[in-house]
Design a protein around this ligand. Structure first.
Ligand code: DP6
Length: 316
């Protein structure tokens, strides 16, 4: 049994071609490939200490729910770490608004746990391990512009490939009612649009990669907006319906459309929640953030840039 300790960091990511449907619920394998970019300001720092008396998971200083602890345990077991672990995870997010932290959380956990156990693992292996905590975490391990289709994700371009700005508009406080895990299962099982959605993702990913390689903001932005709205159309058609939006979410979509009509290239995407993330050029990011920040119901805006992958920052 090891008694090691290590700390790792990882960034959350926003998907431009979304993962919304599993072909294997147990192994968390996606029905279609997805593309994301890691966000520099959404950082999680996780410390894993092995050789303790009992398993414990603290999120921002508070004991996590049993389901979260069970996911962390499954990840450690898959890594061959049988001994008990104390896991302490902190989100450096400048908000408490329930922004997606499972991606950065499980990516940082996989990297910290393996380092604490003295294991040398490739980025690919660490990405596959993070997947067992949460699908989107698979992409936060390599970071940068990342594609995930099977067991592991890979970085298809480093963050420097395209210094876009990603303006996050926080459109609600607190946790959403239906998490991604249940929402995606329900969409797959009950939405009549689900298979069309998956077919569309399979067409969107290769096209998105061409547009990303060419740094075509209008092309990739429009594709990302369509992809996100189609994911929400799938969710809205589930039984019972899944409506993740708030009035401020729709106001953000309209404001971005108005900005585009004035020549500002700013394009929305929305994960399984109310928050909007706008892709735009860095020189126009403050104007976009000001416009979104002025909307009633938008609590806060953050201008992010593409970030790198998960890494060990301390082994003491
Ligand atoms: C809408 O990775 O949170 O953000 O794999 O069940 O843990 P589980 O789900 P999760 O789902 C993310 C869904 C999404 C789209 C995306 O990030 O691609």
């Amino acid at each position: 049994m090891t008694n090691g300790r290590a700390t790792a960091t990882a960034h959350a990511n926003i998907a431009l071609v979304k993962y919304w449907g599993k072909r294997d619920e147990r192994l968390l394998l996606p029905e279609a490939g997805s593309l994301s970019v890691a966000l520099d300001k959404l950082l999680t720092t996780t410390t894993v200490e092995l050789g303790v008396a009992r398993d414990e998971l603290l999120l921002d200083g508070k004991p996590a729910r049993a389901t979260e602890l069970a996911k962390a345990r499954a990840l450690l077991d898959a890594a061959g770490i049988g001994g008990k672990a104390r896991i302490e995870s902190r989100n450096d997010f400048p908000t408490a608004a329930g922004l997606a932290s499972s991606a950065s959380g499980f990516a940082a956990l996989a990297v910290a746990a393996c380092a604490a156990a003295g294991q040398q693992r490739s980025v690919q292996e660490l990405s596959a391990l993070a997947r067992l905590g949460s699908g989107s975490a698979t992409r936060s391990v390599p970071g940068g512009w990342a594609v995930w289709q099977d067991e592991a994700a890979e970085q298809v371009h480093p963050p420097e490939h395209w210094p876009l700005s990603l303006v996050v508009a926080v459109c609600a406080a607190g946790q959403k009612d239906v998490g991604s895990r249940d929402g995606m299962r329900s969409s797959r099982e009950s939405s009549p649009f689900h298979s069309a959605w998956i077919q569309q993702c399979r067409r969107d990913l290769p096209r998105a990669l061409e547009l990303l390689a060419a740094r075509d903001l209008e092309g990739l932005g429009a594709l990302a907006e369509r992809n996100a709205l189609r994911m929400h159309a799938d969710a809205l058609a589930a039984e019972p319906p899944l409506l993740y939006w708030e009035p401020a979410t729709i106001a953000c979509l309209r404001t971005l459309a108005a900005l585009r009509a004035q020549g500002v290239s700013a394009w929305p995407t929305i994960d399984a929640g109310p928050h909007v993330v706008a892709l735009c050029r860095p020189e126009q990011a403050s104007a976009v953030a000001d416009a979104l920040g002025a909307i009633a119901g938008v609590r806060e805006t953050m201008i992010c840039a593409p970030a790198g992958g998960a890494r060990v920052v301390d082994t003491r």
